[in-house]
Write a protein that binds this ligand. Sequence first.
Ligand code: PFF
Length: 454
Amino acid sequence: MAENKTGFSSSFGAIMAAAGSAIGLGNIWRFPYICGKYGGGAALILYIAFVFLIGMTLLLSELVIGRRSGHAAIQAYASLKPKRPQWRYVGVLGVVACVLILSTYMVVSGWTLNYFWESVSGALSSVEDGDYAAHFGAFASSVTAPVACLIVFAVLTLVVVLGGVQSGIEKASKILMPVLLVLVLLLCVRSLTLPGASKGLYYLFHPDFSLLTWEGVLAILGQALFSLSVGMGVMVAYGSYLPKGDNLFRSAMWITGCDTAIAVLAGVAIFPAVFACGQSPEGGPGLVFNVLPVVFNSLGSVGSVVFGGAFFLLLAVAALTSAISLLEGIAAGFSESLHTDHKRTAVVVTVGLMVLGVLIALSFEGGVLSGIRLADMTIFDWFDKLSGAYLPSICALLTILFFGWFMKKDDIEDELSNHGTVRTPWFKVFYYFLVRFVAPLALVVSLVAGIWGE
Ligand code: PFF
C-alpha cells in the first residue's frame, strides 16, 4: 500500500485539478465540432455513453492505480506487480505520449496567448480586409512571435508545477477553474442572444442518426478518452495525490461530469454565434483562429475586445490547467524512477519541451522549417499525428488490461471502498464487467479499425 506523501489538501481541490487536466483545448475546439458533424444529439448521446462507461472506467482505474501505489505512472505499475517489473513500460509509454502531446499543445497554447493579446489590444479587430486566415498564416509561419508565446506559456506552466502539488497545482486550479466557468457562461449568454442563434443549437443538438457513421463512432470514442486525459498516466500521478478518504467513484463522476458540461457549454458558446454570423462550422485551429475572429469582429469594437478577449482567455486557461497536468505527469514519472529532484526534473523537462516546441512551431505550414519533410509531412504534422493517433489508445488498453486482469481484485475493491467504509455494490455487478470486457474490447476495436482505415 502507498506511503504518505504531499498530495491535494481537499477533495474539492483534487477534483478541480483533475477536471482542469480534463478540460482543455479538446473540449473547446474538438468536441462541439465532432458533435455537430456526426449527428448532433445522436453524437452527443453516444459521447455521453462512451465518456461515462469507457472513459470513466479508465479514469477510475488510473486513480485507483495511483492512490493504491502512491506513485506516478512508471513506478506505479511496477510497485503493484513487483514480480513483473516489465509493467513499468506501460508507464514509460504513457510518459512518451505526454511528451509528444505537451510539446505540440504548448505551441498551440502559445498561439492562444497571442490571440488573447491581439483581442484585448484591439489589433485583431483591425486586421486588413478582415482576412483572418491570411492573418493567422502570417503569424503562425513567422519566427519570433510563436516562439516567444511558446516560451511564455511553458514558463507559466513550469511556475505552477514548481509551486508544488498543494500551493501550485491545487491553488491554481481552484482559482482558474471557476474563472473558466464564468468565461464560458458569459460567452454562452452573448452567443444565445444573437439573432439567428437557434441554427447553431440545431446543428449541435438536433439528433440525426444518418450522420452517425462508423468513422464518427471512432472519433467520438477517441474524443471521450482524450477529453478525460486517460491513457497517459497523468491521472495515475494525480491519483497518487488524492486524499485517502476520498470516495474515488464520486470524484471520477464529478471530473467526468464537469468535463462533459464544459464541452457542451463550449458548443453552446461557439456554434450559435458562428451560425448567427453566417460562418460555416469548423473544428480545430481553423475554427479558433480563422472563423471566430470574424464572429468577434462583427460584435463591434467593444464587443470584439470583451468577447474575443474572454474567449481566448478561456482557451488559454483551459490549455494551462491541462498542460500543468501533463508536465506534472512527466516530471513525477521521471523523478520517481530516476530518483532525481522533482523540481529540477521539471525544469529540465520544460527546457527539453521548449526545444521540441520551437522545432514544431517553426515547421508549421509556411514556417522556416516547414521544408523539412518525411513522407510529405512536416515535423508539426508528425507530432500532431503521433500524439493524437495510437499511443494513448495503446497505453489505455494496457492500463485497463493491467487493472482488470493482473491487479488483485481484493486490492481494487479495498481501494474503491476506502477499506470497507464506502459501500460498492455496483463494483461487483457492473464496474468489473466494464473493466474486464467492455473497455478493452472497445479499445481493441477502435485501434484495429483505426489502423485498417489508414
Ligand atoms: N484533456 C485535454 C483536452 O481535452 O484538451 C488534453 C489532455 C490533457 C490529454 C492531459 C491528455 C492529458 F494527459
